[in-house]
Ligand binder design. Structure first.
Ligand code: 1GP
Length: 284
């Protein structure tokens, strides 16, 4: 952590600050390494907790149940999150539960921020998907929020994973809030040119987002087309609620499948377990 990280009120990092893994452009941090190594063996399932939908206790219980059902990472965030204190409480609850548990699998699972705005930063997380919403029409979501939020990331010392975020369609909360020019699901070539831009800009992770609760997950054809030209970590989410849909996405080349909405349904573990088993069958 940088000197005076927790006490400084300055927004200017000290020039004498020692470099830490998360701040070094040439150094990939431990969480990203973990993801790269694990996804080399096969696709992973991420459980997405939106602090707007869960109390800290519900979040930690849900995360624990998701891990027991086979989730390999926990994402925390949402597009309408306004209360950073709530985010801190949720992240702490999930990590506290995880660390106090004897179950080795649970204690190994990283808790990663998936921010929709500057309120999405918590120093208690293991890493942050530091993302740019490349197909937003508003520069705030491409780089403005990132500049405003960057100092909190710096001060916290948490690992930053550079990510391009691409949103499909125009009817999700994410597309509305992020003011996106939604990518058409039926035009894989448009996704491909954005994915190439992400690659050439050095973004090591790419998230194809259909929108939470979408009735139309990202088509396999689009994932396949992007996979052909993008060799970084490929995350896919939105509307993945069945083992069949998850398997299609994994088979098409997704490295990480994000499951959000499903976690709010009673007895979600059964379906989540089927999902994690079905994507494991795509092991490389
Ligand atoms: C939303 O991609 C994620 O940002 C997850 O989508 O809630 O539909 O699973 P669901």
């Amino acid at each position: 952590m940088p000197p005076n990280a927790q006490t400084s009120t300055s927004t200017t990092p000290s020039s004498t600050t020692t470099r830490k893994p998360g701040h070094d452009l040439t150094n990939i941090g431990p969480v990203e390494k973990f993801l790269i190594q694990r996804t080399k063996k096969g696709p992973l399932c991420a459980a997405l907790i939106d602090p707007e939908d869960f109390s800290p206790k519900q979040a930690s219980d849900t995360a624990a149940r998701a891990i027991d059902a086979g989730a390999s990472l926990i994402l925390v965030g949402g597009s309408t999150l306004a209360n950073q204190g709530r985010l801190d409480s949720v992240v702490k609850a999930i990590k506290g539960h995880r660390q106090s548990h004897q179950n080795h699998a649970r204690s190994q699972v990283p808790v990663i921020l998936f921010p929709g705005n500057i309120t999405g930063v918590s120093r208690f997380a293991d890493a942050i998907l530091f993302s740019s919403l490349l197909n937003s029409t508003n520069p705030y979501f491409i780089v403005g929020a990132q500049a405003l939020g960057s100092i909190e990331v710096y001060k916290s010392g948490i690992e930053s994973i550079p990510m391009a975020y691409l949103v499909f369609g125009n009817s999700s909360a994410t597309s509305f809030i992020g003011q996106v020019n939604g990518l058409p699901t039926s035009k894989p070539n448009l996704a491909v040119i954005y994915a190439l831009a992400a690659k050439y800009l050095g973004m090591r992770t790419l998230y194809l987002e259909a929108g939470s609760g979408s009735g139309e997950p990202i088509p396999a054809e689009t994932i396949r087309a992007v996979r052909r030209i993008y060799d970084g970590l490929l995350i896919v989410g939105g509307g993945l609620t069945t083992p069949e849909a998850a398997k299609r996405a994994a088979k098409a080349g997704a490295d990480v499948l994000v499951i959000g909405n499903l976690l709010q349904s009673f007895g979600f573990e059964k379906t989540l377990r089927q999902i994690t088993i079905s994507i494991r069958s795509q092991s490389k």
